[in-house]
Write a protein that binds this ligand. Structure first.
Ligand SMILES: Nc1ncnc2c1ncn2[C@@H]1O[C@H](COP(=O)(O)OP(=O)(O)O)[C@@H](O)[C@H]1O
Ligand SMILES: [Mg+2]
Length: 254
């Protein structure tokens, strides 16, 4: 990992909402081609941290660099361009309700002005990857939560992004679909050398896909280690979390 290029560099990130300190000084480098996983209790700032990486939230203090570019120096148009290198699937899901599944997945490809045939082929392929071939004409409102999540994931990978940010991509999915999504994340990493940052509650998934796993607690990154190293960590906050997630309802994908 040592010689690898840094893709995302977070330095001294502080963020509060009103009186509430959410991030209390986060330093984190994500390497080119790495799969980084973020874990931590609910409300510990994982989603907020992910949104900093793409400039959707600006830090109160600190710096975010992607490909060596300081996001604070980009104007609106530059940041819009910059986001095209990203695939993202956020927790809120945010599918376009007035578009079919097919149109939702085609959207980023159309915006990138890909040729029509390429769009048709790519959407068909993405639908197949998440096993939703039969749902292409459906509206989001007709889908289960798990299916919506898979559509969001398919849309995120449609452009074969260099950087993929995934906020709990497997929550609400049954174990079989979770494993499919994990496999797709690994394929993107291996086939495209994509850099991925994935938030998850699912420790099986974290250990499967993570080159490194970072744990957030009360605004601090309290651990950052490989899956093998994790098993050796003695910090009681880490141990307690691992134990809870391994036995709690969230590990069952509810
Ligand atoms: N846009 C916002 N405005 C105000 N508070 C927010 C906003 N986004 C997140 N928060 C608060 O920041 C804290 C961390 O949120 P979040 O990053 O979503 O947690 P999680 O680790 O569960 O993803 C929560 O207390 C949440 O209510
Ligand atoms: Mg979250």
């Amino acid at each position: 990992m040592i010689d690898r290029e840094i893709k995302i560099h977070l330095e001294g990130i502080e963020k509060s909402f009103g009186e509430k300190v959410v991030l209390a000084g986060i330093d984190l480098d994500v390497y080119q081609g790495e799969s980084l996983v973020l874990i931590g209790g609910s409300g510990t700032g994982k989603s907020v941290l992910l949104k900093h990486m793409i400039g959707l939230i600006k830090p109160d203090r600190g710096k975010v660099e992607v490909d060596g570019q300081d996001l604070a120096t980009l104007d609106y148009r530059e940041i819009t361009d910059f986001r095209r290198h990203f695939g993202m699937a956020f927790q809120e899901g945010a599918l376009f309700d007035s578009m079919t599944v097919w149109q939702n997945i085609a959207f980023p490809l159309q915006r990138a002005r890909r040729p029509k045939k390429q769009i048709r082929d790519r959407v068909a392929h993405c639908l197949e990857l998440v096993r939703l071939q039969d749902a292409e004409e459906k509206m989001p409102s007709e889908l289960s939560g798990g299916m919506r999540r898979r559509v969001g994931f398919a849309r995120a990978i449609a452009l074969e992004p260099q950087i993929l940010l995934l906020d709990e991509p497997t929550s609400g999915l049954d174990p079989v679909m979770s494993a499919v999504v994990d496999e797709l994340i690994l394929e993107l990493k291996n086939d495209l050398d994509a850099t991925t940052v994935t938030i998850t509650h699912d420790m099986t998934s974290a250990f499967n896909i993570g080159d490194r796993i970072g744990m957030l607690d009360q605004g601090h990154l309290i651990a950052l280690a490989t899956p093998d190293e994790y098993k050796q960590l003695t910090d009681p906050r880490v141990r307690q979390f691992l134990h809870r997630e391994a036995h709690g309802p969230l590990s069952k994908g509810l």
